[in-house]
Design a protein around this ligand. Structure first.
Ligand code: MG
Length: 426
């Protein structure tokens, strides 16, 4: 009596990213269950060409005309459709042959195609947390109105989704998100001031793209996940807690009103949450994965995030944005995307990332998140504002910045001069 179709047809937004690649590996492993019918990627044409050869999707989209021409040259026998530009992801998201859309683009770019997928009545396996951070109210309202499922792929939210399964949501006391703590868990404030791009790109437990790896180092990733959890599970911010768990074995927990805490544990491998989301409500026999060997894993430890939040201010900024509501989370997200880009381009220092986000939020007066144009306007304003900030101190040599960091010990950065307070849309 299972309502699960024997074959699920997938459209992938972000086919060549780490979640897209893991998803296509699952499709190959379970060819009788899944088929990839549409793929959207950006500029990684070499990998995309290989995916097109193996999966023969009906539709492919790439960033621009040059990439489309290169793809055609690489797969001369391909008879499906190739689109270029921003119409591509929208066409992939609404492909008539797709039952489920994997939303795995990076950043706010994924918002419009994800909304389009929902409007087209597709279930969405959501890996792109920024979609809910920017437009959680709109997206969840649209999903309810269309009767489609939002299936969380983010490992923490997938864990909570599993721990909620079969339980009464009214009996939930709180959600507990686990965080690995990232590569700088034990750094002092002074050490954080001289962290480089290469240091920040080394994540201790997960292999991911550069944007999310930096977000994991600053803990902004966890902040974005608090906002994501709020929208996915309809739980108030004061009932969502974060605990540092460096081993990344417990992927998150739900505490119920009787004091019972249910967790989901597994080896840290994105194949598990991706598989659970795509096969839901069934489970896939992922026999090729390493089993969780608890004695070998050793002690599982938990640390409270430090009470003053001095070393990792991004988590507080995210809670603040969620409590403020309206357009503020979109502004937090956009400012963070620009700050991370500028850090990766080595234009600003590591400690400037939260400074940029805080300065842009301080300059913003939040308004109601009434519709998509309002949110996109707030997003555009925040990006422009974050790009215009001058990181005087960050341009100095790392040693000088480190000395300065030691001298200040967490005093607010005044090098990032915020523009005058500007209201975005009413
Ligand atoms: Mg996560």
């Amino acid at each position: 009596m299972s309502a699960v179709p024997r074959h699920r047809s997938l459209a992938l937004l972000g086919a060549t990213g780490s979640v897209g690649v893991s998803t296509l590996a699952l499709v190959e492993r379970f060819p009788d269950r899944f088929r990839a019918v549409a793929l959207a990627a950006g500029w990684n044409v070499e990998l995309l060409a290989e995916q097109v050869r193996r999966h023969q999707p009906q539709l492919v989209s790439v960033a621009d005309d040059a990439s489309a021409a290169e793809l055609r040259a690489r797969v001369p026998g391909y008879t499906g459709k190739i689109l270029a530009g921003s119409a591509g992801p929208l066409a992939v998201a609404t492909h008539p042959g797709a039952d489920i859309v994997l939303s795995a683009l990076v950043g706010a770019l994924g918002l419009e195609p994800t909304l389009a997928a929902i409007d087209a009545g597709k279930d969405v396996a959501l890996a792109n947390k920024e979609v809910l951070v920017v437009a959680g109210a709109l997206v969840t309202r649209a999903a309810r109105a269309r009767g489609v499922r939002l299936l969380p792929v983010d490992s923490e939210h997938n864990a909570i989704f599993q721990a909620l399964h079969g339980h009464n949501p009214a009996e939930v006391k709180r959600l507990i998100l686990t965080a690995s703590g990232g590569p700088f868990l034990h750094h002092t404030t002074a050490e954080l001031a001289s962290v480089t791009r290469a240091d920040a790109l080394k994540h201790p437990t997960w292999k991911m793209g550069p944007k999310i790896t930096i977000d994991s180092a600053t803990l902004m990733n966890k902040g974005l996940e608090v906002i994501e959890a709020h929208w996915l599970f309809d739980v108030a911010p004061e009932r969502i807690d974060v605990v540092i768990h460096p081993q990344s074995i417990i992927h998150s927990m739900v505490e119920y009103i009787d004091g019972s805490v249910l967790s989901q544990m597994a080896v840290p491998d994105m194949t598990i949450p991706i598989g659970y989301a795509l096969a839901y409500p069934e489970r896939l026999p992922l026999t090729h994965l390493r089993t969780l060997d608890l004695p070998a894993a050793g002690a599982l430890t938990f640390v409270a995030p430090e009470p003053d939040h001095e070393r990792f201010p991004c988590l507080d900024l995210a809670y603040r944005a969620l409590r403020t509501g309206g357009t503020m989370p979109a502004v937090l997200n956009a400012a963070n995307e620009v700050a991370v880009e500028r850090f990766l381009a080595e234009e600003i220092g590591y400690r400037d990332v939260p400074a940029v986000v805080a300065a842009v939020m301080d300059a913003h007066t939040s308004g109601p998140a009434a519709d998509l144009p309002t949110l996109l306007a707030a997003d555009a304003w925040a990006r422009a504002t974050a790009r215009a900030l001058r990181p005087d101190a960050a341009m100095r040599a790392p040693e000088a910045a480190a000395r300065e960091g030691a001298a200040r010990e967490g005093a607010p950065r005044d090098a990032m001069r915020a523009p005058k307070k500007v209201a975005v849309a009413p």
